[in-house]
Design a protein around this ligand. Sequence first.
Ligand SMILES: Cc1ncc(COP(=O)(O)O)c(C=O)c1O
Length: 442
Amino acid sequence: MSAIGRPRKVTRICSPRLTARSVSLSDRLSSRTPTSLVFTQPPWAHRGVPIILATVPTPTSTEPSFSTKEPVRLDIPAHLRPSDGRFGAGPSKVRSDAVAALAGAAPTYLGTSHRQAGVRSMVRRLRDGLAELFALPGGYQVVLGNGGTTAFWDAITFGLIERRSQHLSFGEFSSRFAAAAAAAPHLEEPEVIQSPFGTHPEPVTSAEVDLYALTHNETSTGVAMPVTRPANSDGLVAVDATSAAGGLRVDPSQFDVYYFAPQKCFASDGGLWVALMSPDALDRVAKINASRRWVPASLDLSIAIDNSAKDQTYNTLALATLYLFVHQLEWMLANGGLEWAASRCDRSADALYGWAERSDFATPFVAQPEQRSHVVGTIDLDSAIDAAAVAAVLRANGIVDTEPYRKLGRNQLRVAMYPAIDPEDVSALCDCIDYVVGALSS
Ligand SMILES: Cc1ncc(COP(=O)(O)O)c(C=O)c1O
C-alpha cells in the first residue's frame, strides 16, 4: 500500500537493553508532546526526519576544562614527524606515485571522451580489479555512477527497497540513509535500530522488511561491524562500505550490495559511487523497474547497470578520479590484495589503540576492542587537555585532519588508517601527540 498521505513515523528499536517508544511526526509537533522527550536525539538527527523517542544515552561530555582559541606556536621536531601528514577520514591521503602517474598519463588521457576506448578501458580495469579484490562470485556485477555514496542512498530508495527497509543507525552516516528512506513517500516507514554512540547494534530478522541497511564502518564514530546476513532472512543486505571497502575484510556471500566511494581506502577523490551487486540485487532492480515506479534517470539503477556492463557511466564521470582509483586498486592487488591491505590497516590500528591504551591521557572512544575500526580510529583525550588545541598544533606542523567528526562533539582526535597511510606514520603521529601534549601541559 502506498505510504503517501499517511502520517509518517519510524519504528525505532534501541539496543542493547534500551527501551523505546514510537511517536508520529504529528505527535512530535503537537504542543502536548513534552519537549524534554522530543529532544532525546543523537546529534546527527536531521531536521524533517521523523525521529522518534528513545532512551539512547547522551554521550558523557569530555569537553576540555580549558580551550585554546589561538593555535599555540610549537615546532614538532623533524625526527618525530610522519613522512606524510595526511590523516583525514576522507578525502584522505592520495599516494604521490598515483598523482605522478596521472600527470604522466595526462596528455593522452585527461580531456578525452569517456565514450572512447582510452577511458572505457580504465572503467574495465576498475570493474575487473574490484571483482578480483573482493573475490566476487559469478553473477555479481560491479556497477558505478556519479554522485558519491549520498546519491547512491537515493538510488537505493528508488531502485532496491521494494516496500520497507531496516536500518542500523549508530552515527552520522548510517542515520542519514535511514533519514533518506524515511523521507521517501513511496516507501513504508523504515525500522531503525540504534545503539549508543561508540557501539553498533545488530540487525533483527524481520518478515516486514525487504532490505537490511548495514554500515561496515561508521566513519563518524570509528565503529566497525562484521558484515553478516541476518539469520533466516529473505531481505537483501545492502552495506554502506564507504570507509571500509578496501581496508576491512568482507565475505561477498554475506551481502547483496556493497557500495562505496573512492575518497577513502581507494585514495582517490569523491563524487563517484561503486556498488558490488549480487544476482538477487540485480533481480530486485529489474523487478522494481518493471513495476514502473517513477525513478529520476540519474538515480535509476537499471540505467547504471546497463551502462556499467558497457564500461561506461550514464553521464560524464571525473577522469582523474577514475585514474587515481584504478591506480590505488592495482597497487593493492600487486601487493597481495584485500588481505594485504587489511593487514596493513591492522598494523596501524595496533599502533594507535596500543598507544592510547598505554597513554595516561588518551583512551580509545570505542570501549569494546572488537568494535574498534581498523580504518578510522577515535581517541578521547583527558578533559584537562584540549583536543582541538592539539589538533591545531598538529595542523600548524603539517599533520592535518585529526579533528573529530564535528557533530560528535567530543574532546577527541580522529585518525584515518586507510591502506595508503603507512603504519609507521601512525606510530609517528602518536609520538607527535605525546610531544604536543607534553609541551602544552608544561
Ligand atoms: C560511512 C559513510 N557513508 C556515506 C558517506 C557519504 O559519502 P559521499 O560523501 O561520497 O556522499 C560517508 C562520507 O564520509 C561515509 O563515511
